[in-house]
Structures are given as structure tokens and as C-alpha cells.
Write a protein that binds this ligand. Sequence first.
Ligand SMILES: Cc1cc2nc3c(=O)[nH]c(=O)nc-3n(C[C@H](O)[C@H](O)[C@H](O)COP(=O)(O)OP(=O)(O)OC[C@H]3O[C@@H](n4cnc5c(N)ncnc54)[C@H](O)[C@@H]3O)c2cc1C
Ligand code: FES
Ligand code: FES
Length: 514
Amino acid sequence: MNKTICFFLNQEKIEIDLNEGSGLRPDTTLLNWLRERRKLTGTKEGCAEGDCGACSVVIGRLTSDNTPSWQAVNACILFLPMLHGSVVTTVEGVANADGELHPVQQAMIAHHGAQCGFCTPGFIMSLYAGWCAAIDFSNTAEIETLLSGNLCRCTGYGPIVKAGEALARWARPQWATDRLLGDISALAQMAGDTRKGLELEYKGQRYSAPATLDKLQTLYAENPSAQILSGATDIGLWVTKQHRQLPHLIHIGNIAELEAIKKTDGHITIGAGVTHQQAMDALAQDYPALQEIWSRFGSAQVRASARVCGNIANASPIGDLSPCFLALDSQIVLNKAGRRRQIKLDSFFIDYGKQNREAGEFVEAIILPRLQAGQQLLAYKLSKRFDQDISAVLMAGYLDIQADKITDIKIGFGGMAAIPKRALRLEAYLKGQNVPVIGEDEGAREAKFATDIAACLAEEFDPIDDMRASRSYRLLAAAQLVQKMFIEYRAGYTRLSTPQHFRSPEDFTPTIQA
Ligand SMILES: Cc1cc2nc3c(=O)[nH]c(=O)nc-3n(C[C@H](O)[C@H](O)[C@H](O)COP(=O)(O)OP(=O)(O)OC[C@H]3O[C@@H](n4cnc5c(N)ncnc54)[C@H](O)[C@@H]3O)c2cc1C
Ligand code: FES
Ligand code: FES
């Protein structure tokens, strides 16, 4: 086990002994360390909760198959030891050493992409992440996705998007490419070290980062009161906003065995180390409806850090993926000291803050059934903003329709109860019926159908009133989303697999039902 963390910052090798004399707790955020210890104040603090993107930096890592990846992340909710084995670039490290500005900086100047400048370093870093990953800057939707986690209150987004578009025409300078190659060799140099894992302790706070599944199993079984830490997009806020003391964190982000997505004919297994972005990229063809849910999940920065299983394990009633995975009738794999239990996801959520999970047991993977002919998953997220917003209501529906009859249906809801929950009563009502015709004036049957859906939901759900939506709005919206699902099904529409920011009729492509 390593006692010292090691990473590269703007091409400089950094080694910090977080155990002794450093004055740094393991839950020190990267943002605080950059600004207070390194005096790199280009990285700004806007919200300290992952929302505004002013603190964006670019992290390079090797994936489990040794491919380098470059992503913008929010430094305000990333703990320093989570950087072990990575390369970090801040806005101070983007220009060439001789002062020549990087193309992303030049494009922002040329297109007047800044006014007060507070958000500008964050935008530069998001664009730089796209530049390192060689995204297609001629595709405006890709730029909008890249910038979805950066807020600007004065420039307006038009000039910034234009700067991004200009990068499609900008030559890639050799020095910038050479620097990337240097970063890749730095990653390779540190790879051996990260496989040894980390064990740190400072002022009563312990931080463990086992490098193998075996070690994680043993460590967590022996320390069941420790907090599993995956992407820190929830836990980071417990520290920055709630000032919670977390005596022992066990980070699971460096375990190659947990990073796999395995596909068989019948199932897809997503390991606990898989980020939302990795899953979104890998499952684009399998569940087109999830593409839009994922494209609206937080921001590019959040999707790069947060893990899919973290979104299930936290059991949030407003988490976006749980209703979708409930509708798919997914299974969850729990592991305690190497003993595995595979249970249905709907038996995992018991009550608010209470899950079917023993002390020392962690979520190892989630298993999703693959869709077969005649089966579809449709999903809808309602929130006040398109990007970077938590759902007021999320509905996901799985439909198995044969010869116009609903032979199977499963409906998952978020935002409607204290836990993510299936609409069992409604499912029972719909199962066996012919697919309803809605919006085409079927008269009495259509009206009865709408009333029955609303009645089933009102019997089964008692949602809360809060700042996201009122109880009555939630019930009404839920009923209408169910109707919308059948309208879309009937019309033979399916979502484009490329996420779109602005929905228009062209965003749906007609397909022939299987
Ligand atoms: C700006 C912002 C926007 C967001 N937007 C959305 C959104 O649009 N939709 C949405 O649903 N959520 C959203 N979230 C919430 C959050 O990103 C997700 O819930 C995320 O998937 C959590 O994963 P993580 O890896 O970051 O978990 P962490 O913060 O590391 O952990 C979360 C919880 O899960 C536990 N945990 C994690 N992994 C495991 C495991 N394998 N086994 C057992 N326990 C585990 C941890 O102990 C902790 O209790 C947002 C968060 C932020 C900061
Ligand atoms: S400071 Fe706002 S996202 Fe980090
Ligand atoms: S330029 Fe002022 S906040 Fe963006």
C-alpha cells in the first residue's frame, strides 16, 4: 500500500504525504488545495457543489484497458487523494510555456467569449477537455454537451459556442500535441503505483483506496462503518456544504475489475466503477431512451466523475437511473467479504434512507436485461432546466407488445415517493389491454383510459410538495407521461441516440415497430 499520493499537475510531478505534517486531511478538495496551497487561483469557486463549472480542471486517466481519457471535472467536489495516478491540467497550464495561447484560448478571445471573466477559466477547461479528446467541434450539439456544466451570467452562451465551433477549423499546434503525449507517458509511469492502492491517515481521518476487488471485500467487511466513496458527486457536498466528518472513506475508483461493462445476449452488467459517461457511450444502441436521460444527467463534469452504481446505492428518490432500471426489472449484485447476493432492484429500496444492504456489503454491479423484439424502454425526465437539474418527476416504461396487446409492462417512477418505485397497480391495470389510442379522439375509451391511469396513480402514490414541484403537479404530470409513452409508441417514434438539447419534432425519427 502507498502512503503517499502521486499525480502530475501541469506537467510537474507532485508527491504528497497526506499522513504526516502535510496539514491536509484526505477530504481536502482539489480546489482548495490548488487555490490555497499552490496559489493557482485561476480555478474559481462559484458554488462549491458541482453546479457552476467555475472550478473545472481537466483530468487525464488510463482506463482499465489502458486507454487515456481526458475529461473536465469539478475540482470543488473532488478529494485530493482521488487524483492518485492521474494528470491534472488547470487553466494556468493550458498555454504553451513560451506564452503562446492554446487554440481554445485564442478562439475564446476571437469570438468575444468573456465579459467579467469569472466563468471563463471553467469554459476554457471544458473546451480543452474536448480538444484533448478530439471531439467533433463542427457538431454544435457536441459543444453544447461539453459546456452543459458551465454557467455564465454575463456573456451569454452564443459567443462561447461560436468559439467552440471555430476549433473545428483551428490547426492543432505541435507543442500542444507533444504535451498530451508527455501526459500519456506520465500516466504510464504512474500506472504501477496506482495498482498498489492507498492507505492514508491524518488527524483521525482514514482514507483507503484498495486496488483490487479482493482487498475491497476484506477491507469493507472489516470496517463496515466506513463510507464507500465512488465519484464523490454526493459525498463531496456532504463535506463542502454540510461540513460532515467522515472518519473512514474507502475509495473504489481505482479497481480495474469494477470498471467493466459486460454484454451477453441476455444481459448487460455494469460494474461499480463505471461512470455515467462510460455507460452512456457503451449503451447508446441498447437503450436509446436512456441516452436522453444520461445527456441530461448533471453535466459533462458530473457524468465524468459520478458512477452509475453510486446513483443506485444512494437510493435517492429523485435519482434518474433507478426508475429506468426498475422498469427494466434489473438485478443488483451485492458483495460482502466475497459472498454475493443477486437481488431484484425493487427489493433493494425499502424505505427512505433504508436499503436491503447489510453492514459491510457493497454494490458490486447492476445487471440490466437486454431488450428483445417487441420490447421497448421509454423514459422521460421533467425538471425546471434542461441540463444540470434534478428531476421533479421521472418516468420510465418498459413495454412488451405482441400483436398490439400489452403482454408485459413495467413502470418506474422517481420523484413520486420516498423511494424510486414501480407503479404496480397501474401495471396490473394495463397488462393484457390493447395498446391504447390516445390523442386521436377514440372517444369514451380514451377518456376512461386517461381517468383510470390517473386514478391508479393517485391510489398508489402520495408525492410530496417541495420546491421542485407540488403534489398535484407530480400526480398530473405522471399520468400524462404514461399517456405520452403510448402516444410515442403508437406513432412508432424512437429517440435519436445522439442527445439533442432542444427538442423539436425533428428530434424523433419514425421507425417500424419490431
Ligand atoms: C451538480 C450535480 C448534478 C447532479 N445531477 C444529477 C442528475 O441529474 N440526476 C441524478 O440522478 N443525480 C444527479 N446528481 C447526484 C449524483 O451525481 C449521482 O447520484 C451520482 O450517480 C452519485 O454517484 P457517485 O459515484 O458520485 O457517488 P458518491 O458521492 O461517491 O456516493 C454516493 C453514495 O452512494 C454510496 N455508494 C457509492 N457507490 C457505492 C457502492 N458501489 N456500494 C455501496 N455504496 C456505494 C456512498 O457511500 C454514498 O452514500 C448530481 C450531483 C451533482 C453534484
Ligand atoms: S465551484 Fe461551482 S462547480 Fe465547483
Ligand atoms: S463572463 Fe461573467 S460570468 Fe461568464
